[in-house]
Structures are given as structure tokens and as C-alpha cells.
Design a protein around this ligand. Structure first.
Ligand code: HEM
Length: 396
């Protein structure tokens, strides 16, 4: 078995194994009536679930702005979201329907008769969240705006915001339904700043291909120990067992890419397109040796290639990205690209890699970063007595 297959398999097995206890009692409560419930990731746990599970097929990512500076209201909103999320991820509606046909139904209903399709909901807060709520004393030092990077063309409409919700599921309607209902229930406290849906296509446990047709995710940390070291914050404060989420809406110039010959495409990434193997190797998970040179003394994996540059930094991040396609842009080209998402225990891990790409990453010719965000994702919700952000709100 390949290592990646092993990891996807391992993660799924571990998560599902751990989930039996967490999810079984919930099933006995009030599942949607006609649905055979399956494909559940457990909601309760030490960490938020939508970080380490293998990426599902769909994402609906939303960023929200706060409307109120009243802390009590925000705390109550997260308590409600916790409760609703536990229900949604186990295949239930946010609340049970009432018998009164003369009020709007408590759940919008478009996921009725659907199973949860491995729905995970992951919540994070930005630096501005703390500023708006007068909680700057609780804002982690590492939680500040990302620095400016070369060549980026950030747009206000894909940047900023106070709270993020990452909804991932193997069905797009299930993911959208979850966000729609969470937002609906909190409308008096928040407004929507920006959102992006995305997709990942793969058979079985294969690594998904991005819109440049290269397998994307191969170089992610593989072993549980390496993942732990890469992703989880280990601190004395409220963010212990949480993680930092970086999101970048990256436009990919598909037309330019499609005019590029295969040799150059492979030199851009440092991997072969069909197998995903490092250049010169045969299999996707063959070792990446960035110091290897050919007979003429040239690096086999080019120095300006994406993989060479990233590897050379010695930094590790967990990428959990999704492709997007959003119609046609103002130049008559596809508005398509990558909703890049990475998790790391320290934003510096991302910053160092992105700075290393700078102006030299060969891939820069084909992409532009248009949107950005940095969010601190709370630790997981342990049980029914716990709620999202409890460790933070109790100190506030
Ligand atoms: C549209 C933008 C991007 C595309 C299409 C892209 C695509 C890829 C591909 C095809 C690979 C090789 C396979 C793999 O290991 O997954 C890769 C590796 C990688 N990428 Fe990206 N990437 C993009 C943006 C980024 C950004 C913004 C970062 C972080 C700053 C990043 C960090 C990495 C890292 C750390 C690796 C693994 C390198 C290793 O083997 O150690 N990528 N990317």
C-alpha cells in the first residue's frame, strides 16, 4: 500500500473507530426520519474534526463579520453553533421541526433525506475578532494579518473578516445547508463577508488532482507523529490543541497553462503529471531528493520548481485545498483556481514557504493570489458540556 493511501486509510480508520462511541448515542435521538444514517465523522473530540480527516469532495467556506461587540451574545452564538453542529454532522436538522405550519420551519430543509456525507464543520476567529470584542489581551501574538507577499493582488471582496466556518462534505448541498443554517440562526449578530465553494475529485483513496492536472497533497506530512508536530498548537493559553488556518483564494490561469508544453509543466512543479512521482522517479510516493543532480550537474528537480523551493525551506504544513470554478472573469477567461487552505501550529510555517516562493517559483507565471485570511481554530469540543471557544470565553 502506498504511504498516502495508508494515511488516508489510517486516518479514516482511526476517526471512524473513535467515532463509534461519539456518534452512536446521537443516532438514537432524532435522525432525519427517512434517512439511513451513515458516513459520519464524530463531532466531539480533542481537536476540531475537519482538520485531519482526509479532505472530502466538497467545501463551502465562509467568512463572517461581527455585528455586535457584546461578548455575551457572541458566546451564546458559539454555544448554539456547537449544538447545531453536533446535530448537523450526525445527520440531523439543526433542531426538530415543530408541528406549527404557520411559522417558518426551524431548518431550511434541503438536507432532509440526505445522510451527513462525512460533514465536518470547523470554526476559527481572526485577529479583528479580538479587536472588535475588546479582547486584545487574549489575542495570541501569532494571530495578526499575514505580511504582504510578492506578486499578490489581494481583493477586499475575498479578504478579511472575523470568523470563518469551513464546511466540508462529500455532497455539496449538505455542506451548503450546514452553513446556511448556521448563518441563518445568527443573522442578528453577524453578516457574510465572503465565501467560496470548491471541489476535489478522486477515486477511492487516490490523491486528488488540481486544475493543472497534478496530484495535489502528496507531500503532506504522512505519519500521525509528523501531523501532530505540524498542525496542533501546544500552548498554555486557550488555543491549546487548536490550529492556525491560512486560506488563500488563488486564481489559476488555465488558458496560459493549457498552452504550456508538458515538459515545462513538469519542470514547474518538479513532479511528473501522470504518476505524481518526483521528476526522474516512477511512483508518487518515491523519495523527493532535491539535491540530486544529472550528468550535466543540473538539479533533477529544478531549483525554481514549486516542490524544490517548498522542500528547501524545511517547513511543514498540512494542505487541505479545494479547486474552484466561478464562471468567467472580466477578460473572458475562466475564473478558476485553488481555494488553498493549510493548517499549521504557527503561521510562520506558511509565511516562510510563501516568502521562499517569492518571485522565483516557476508556478508564479500561472497563478495570482486574490484572497487571504488567517484564523485561529479552537480546540475540539470534548462533550455535550463543552462548546466551541469555551476556553477563550471563560477567560474573557
Ligand atoms: C494554485 C496554487 C498552488 C498549486 C496549484 C499547488 C500545487 C502543488 C502541487 C501539484 C504540489 C506537488 C504535490 C504535492 O506534494 O502535493 C505541491 C506541493 C506543495 N505545495 Fe503547492 N500549490 C499551490 C500553492 C501553494 C502555496 C500557496 C503553498 C504554501 C505557501 C504551497 C505549499 C506546498 C508545499 C509545502 C508542497 C509540498 C512540497 C514537498 O514535497 O515537500 N503550495 N503544490
Amino acid at each position: 500500500m502506498h504511504e498516502e493511501s495508508g494515511r488516508r486509510h489510517f486516518l479514516k480508520a482511526t476517526i471512524m473507530g473513535a467515532g463509534v462511541l461519539a456518534s452512536t448515542p446521537l443516532l438514537a435521538l432524532t435522525p432525519r426520519e427517512t434517512v439511513k444514517i451513515h458516513n459520519i465523522y464524530p463531532f466531539y473530540g480533542k481537536h476540531q474534526e475537519g482538520i485531519l480527516t482526509p479532505a472530502q469532495k466538497h467545501i463551502y467556506f465562509i467568512v463572517l463579520d461581527l455585528h455586535t461587540t457584546e461578548l455575551d451574545k457572541i458566546k451564546a452564538m458559539f454555544q448554539m453553533w456547537t449544538n447545531y453542529s453536533a446535530n448537523l454532522t450526525s445527520g440531523k436538522n439543526v433542531k426538530n421541526y415543530s408541528n406549527n405550519a404557520y411559522v417558518p420551519p426551524v431548518d431550511t430543509g434541503e438536507a432532509d433525506s440526505l445522510n451527513p456525507h462525512n460533514l465536518t464543520l470547523t470554526f476559527g476567529v481572526s485577529a479583528q475578532f479580538f479587536d472588535k470584542l475588546n479582547l486584545t489581551h487574549l489575542k495570541p501574538e501569532k494571530l495578526r494579518d499575514l505580511p504582504a507577499f510578492p506578486r499578490e493582488q489581494l481583493q477586499e471582496r475575498y479578504s478579511g473578516g472575523d470568523i470563518c466556518i469551513q464546511a466540508c462534505a462529500d455532497d455539496p448541498q449538505v455542506a451548503f445547508h450546514a452553513v446556511r443554517n448556521l448563518v441563518r440562526a445568527a443573522r442578528s449578530h453577524i453578516s457574510m463577508k465572503w465565501s467560496q465553494s470548491g471541489f476535489n475529485a478522486f477515486e477511492g483513496k487516490d490523491t486528488p488532482r488540481n486544475l493543472f492536472a497534478f496530484k495535489d497533497g502528496t507531500g503532506n506530512p504522512q505519519t500521525p507523529q509528523k501531523l501532530d508536530e505540524t498542525v496542533w498548537v501546544n500552548s498554555q493559553d486557550w488555543l491549546n490543541n487548536g490550529s492556525y488556518l491560512v486560506v488563500r483564494r488563488i486564481k489559476m490561469f488555465l488558458e496560459t497553462w493549457d498552452r504550456t508544453n508538458l515538459f515545462s509543466q513538469e519542470q514547474t512543479f518538479g513532479r511528473h503529471r501522470d504518476t505524481g512521482a518526483p521528476i526522474g522517479e516512477k511512483h508518487e510516493f518515491d523519495e523527493v531528493d532535491i539535491n540530486k543532480k544529472d550528468d550535466k550537474g543540473n538539479y533533477v528537480i529544478p531549483e525554481v520548481s514549486h516542490v524544490h523551493i517548498a522542500r528547501k525551506t524545511g517547513q511543514s504544513i498540512l494542505r487541505r485545498s479545494y479547486s474552484y470554478s466561478d464562471g468567467i472573469d472580466e477578460h473572458g477567461q475562466f475564473d478558476a483556481g485553488l481555494l488553498f487552505i493549510s493548517f499549521q501550529k504557527d503561521p510562520e510555517q506558511f509565511i516562510k514557504i510563501q516568502n521562499a516562493f517569492g518571485n522565483i517559483d516557476k508556478m508564479n507565471e500561472y497563478i495570482t493570489h486574490m484572497g487571504t485570511g488567517l484564523f485561529a481554530c479552537f480546540a475540539g469540543v470534548i462533550d455535550e458540556h463543552d462548546y466551541l471557544g469555551k476556553a477563550l470565553f471563560e477567560q474573557a
